[in-house]
Design a protein around this ligand. Structure first.
Ligand code: IFM
Length: 480
């Protein structure tokens, strides 16, 4: 599929201009994000034990080309230089995640001081450079021992997560203001226990829905633990939300869209922000589970009030009703990603796509932000991830990435449109600061603003990084 980016020269802001024509609210938090297993490396150093992603990536056939996060971007050792790079780009905030098995090996009991010290050094370096640390507690790296005990389908894992949150907050609560409990619980539950394309690689529809509930319960308990620490944290969760459309206006296609919106979006938004599971989704799942795993009082915990909601946006799902006698194309290499709605068809529209084969749909971001604000009002929103993988090449020591730059440009214009429409959008984080370990795709997909040469660990800011630095400097975009 060909992509038609605008020439970089048109999109690079004119640094001689005093003010941007399309400016963002003052104090808008411009950032970039990473996650522990994707960048840190040092997988067996300083007391860290295995997470489910260590086990999964070391299992033949699970990750493209057998790649693992053993070394990744070596951020564990190079964090100081990486923070310098962030400062050079003018980032106002860095969103990173803490590796649970690095700070609490095995997922229970005492803290590993060496692990906590790493994050303390990172946070102090950020603060010294005027960069706001934004900490995510869980970006998919469950300690292997907790998986061996049952993982997220087991209720006890939620309690373990709250203890871990308390432990991290005890060490960093005095210097970190923004706390995200979970990153994309849909992925943890649906890809980890449904399709099995992510760690721990299980395919079990009922376990997927139990995992969903225990992730959300763990989230609520963790927010309470953070608040109990007495530092007035800005606490939230990050959901990966999709714009959803039906292929046609037919009632059958509309029902397919309702189902996928239910599983991808409302199954997470409703419990966290409204304190209940959507009744239509519960009905869609009746053959999968009776929701007997929910206990009295759970929903009040799950919906513990939040200070912020993080939204990760990448694309839109266009769906259609099943065709009698015709099996749908498996979604993302696995047939079992959508429990109870496996037969819904995912339709491609022939639009430009990224290297992940995800359609580029910036209007979908406006739609998503407006929808969340309309249906779940009063909560400040942050785009905590948005970005694109494209094939990059180093030519004369430079990486020119006009397609990624155009992707960011279009999505930032979408953010601005949402703000104009009254959405309380307070910040934006590019995914990702660095090229990194893209889960089941290993190192074959590059999302970074900064190119990483994995042989030498050399970093090369791409043209999109220089462009983003200029956007941050101007607090806005050049008019088109
Ligand atoms: O790399 C991931 C990240 O870990 C979570 N959100 C989506 C990104 C791109 O797939």
């Amino acid at each position: 599929m060909t992509q038609h980016p605008q020439p970089a020269s048109r999109l690079l802001a004119d640094s001689s201009a005093d003010s941007a024509e399309l400016s963002f609210p003052s104090g808008f938090l411009w950032g970039a994000a990473t996650a522990a297993y994707q960048v840190e490396g040092a997988a067996t150093e300083a007391g860290r034990t295995a997470s489910i992603w260590d086990t999964f990536s070391h299992t033949p056939g699970k990750v493209v080309e057998g790649h693992t996060g053993d070394v990744a971007c070596d951020h564990f050792h190079r964090y100081s230089d990486d923070v310098k790079l962030m400062a050079e780009l003018g980032l106002k905030s860095y969103r990173f995640s803490v590796s649970w098995p690095r700070v609490q090996p095995g997922g229970t009991g005492r803290a590993n001081q060496e692990g906590l010290d790493f994050y303390r050094r990172l946070v102090d370096e950020l603060l010294a450079n005027g960069i706001e640390p934004w900490l995510t507690l869980y970006h998919w790296d469950l300690p292997q021992e907790l998986q061996d005990a049952g993982g997220w389908p087991l209720r006890d894992t939620a309690a373990r997560f709250a203890e871990y949150a308390e432990l991290v907050h005890g060490a960093l609560g005095d210097r970190v203001r923004y706390w995200t409990t979970l990153n994309e619980p849909w992925c943890s539950a649906f890809l980890g226990y449904g399709s099995g394309t992510h760690a721990p690689g299980i395919q079990d529809a009922a376990a997927t829905i139990r995992a969903t509930h225990h992730l959300l319960l763990g989230h609520g308990l963790a927010v309470q633990a953070l608040r109990a620490g007495g530092t007035e944290p800005q606490a939230g969760v990050t959901l990966n939300l999709y714009a959803i459309s039906s292929q046609t206006d037919s009632p059958a296609d509309a029902d397919a869209a309702r189902r996928i919106d239910g599983l991808a979006n409302r199954l997470f938004l409703d419990p966290v922000l409204l304190g209940r599971y959507p009744t239509d989704v519960v009905e869609d799942l009746r053959e999968v589970t009776d929701f007997g795993h929910i206990r009295d009082g759970d929903m009040a915990i799950v919906s513990t009030p939040l200070d912020v909601l993080g939204i990760n946006y990448y694309s839109r799902h266009v769906v259609a009703a099943p065709i009698e006698g015709q099996e749908p194309e498996p979604y993302w290499r696995a047939p079992s990603t959508w429990p109870g709605s496996e037969k819904v068809r995912f339709v491609t529209r022939g639009m430009p796509v990224t290297q992940m084969n995800w359609e580029i749909d910036a209007p979908g971001l406006v739609e998503t932000l407006r929808r969340v604000h309309d249906e779940y009002p009063d909560i400040p929103l942050y785009v905590t991830e948005n970005g694109a993988a494209f094939e990059d090449a180093v030519v004369d020591d430079q990486v020119d990435d006009p397609q990624r730059l155009a992707y960011f440009d279009a999505h930032l214009r979408a953010c601005r449109e949402a703000i104009d429409a009254g959405v309380p959008l307070k910040g934006y984080f590019a995914w990702s600061l660095l090229d990194n370990f893209e889960w089941a795709w290993g190192y074959t997909r590059r999302f970074g603003l900064v190119f990483v040469d994995y042989e030498t660990q050399r970093r090369i800011p791409k043209s999109s990084a220089r462009w983003y630095a200029e956007v941050i400097r101007r607090n806005g975009l050049a008019a088109q």
